[in-house]
Design a protein around this ligand. Structure first.
Ligand code: SF4
Ligand code: SF4
Ligand code: FES
Length: 260
């Protein structure tokens, strides 16, 4: 049926669509209870369709906050699988349980007193040497991080490499849930990235310059002006602002240079 034909009789079209949706219901099991949900939904939406109200284990809904770790198993498959509920779509007869929080060891430290010496990381997380190199963590990672390699880098004292490899970690804890050595990889990686950012990577001179300029009050007047602008005008200013093009070179400058 063409779009034109469909529009001729919206009521009939709506009934047809409803029937189509009903025809696409598939069975899934949430916490052991059977539900029928439309296929194509993510696990998160299927749970909500089934009546669950998610107040934990649900954040960004876009695969970036790491709040929705989920474990599932498919019929006839011995393998326990993990996924993000907001990203993985439901499959017929899958058994699902959410793990909104995974208890994992997080070392306590005073970051101001830490150096970039690997021994300090070893002391805080000695369990990293329990790693048996099984690679289960890498297979579980929804971000495609080479988790085992990052742990190996840490064990070798290469904090920069661990920070680089784990850059996309969203702290979902799925690697930890599958770890034979009971490591909390994501807390170790977070420490590695903190040390890398604060102690290893060279200071950005242009950033220091800009902070100096801000502290000297270069923008105080402009900010004061903005604070007194009405909301509608503020929205208009924001929408009409000249944004830096995606492919701008290093020497790009806006046409209005008053705020530089
Ligand atoms: S490294 Fe672990 S915590 Fe980080 S995104 Fe991958 S599975 Fe999640
Ligand atoms: S799952 Fe644990 S033990 Fe296995 S490779 Fe990863 S960190 Fe090592
Ligand atoms: S809700 Fe944020 S990653 Fe799924």
């Amino acid at each position: 049926m063409s779009v034109k034909e469909e529009n001729k009789n919206p009521a009939e079209t709506a009934v047809k669509e409803k029937k189509q949706i009903a025809a696409k219901l598939i069975p899934i099991y949430i916490m052991g209870k059977r539900y029928e949900v439309p296929e194509g939904l993510t696990i998160m939406k299927a749970m909500e369709y089934a009546g669950y109200v998610l107040i934990r284990g649900c954040g960004c809904r876009g695969g970036t906050c790491g709040a929705c770790g989920t474990v599932y198993r498919k019929p006839g498959d011995y393998k326990l699988q993990v996924a993000l509920a907001c990203q993985k779509t439901v499959e017929p007869d899958m058994y699902i349980a959410q793990i909104p929080f995974f208890p994992a060891n997080r070392a306590r430290y005073d970051f101001a007193g830490l150096t970039a010496a690997p021994e300090e990381v070893f002391k805080l997380y000695p369990e990293m040497f329990r790693c048996v190199a099984c690679n289960s963590c890498t297979k579980a990672c929804p971000q495609g991080i080479e988790v085992m390699d990052a742990i190996s880098a840490l064990k070798q004292g290469n904090i920069a490499e661990a920070a680089r490899l784990s850059f996309d970690c969203i702290q979902c804890g799925l690697c930890t849930s599958r770890c034979f050595g009971e490591l909390a990889q994501y807390h170790m990686f977070q420490l590695a990235r903190r040390i890398y950012g604060a102690r290893i990577v060279p200071r950005a001179e242009h950033l220091a310059e800009m902070v100096g300029t801000i502290n000297e009050g270069r923008y105080d007047r402009f900010l004061d002006e903005l604070k007194h602008v009405k909301e509608d005008e503020l929205k208009k200013l924001y929408q009409e602002r000249e944004a830096e093009p995606m492919t701008a070179g290093e020497d790009w400058k806006p046409k209005d240079t008053r705020y530089l």
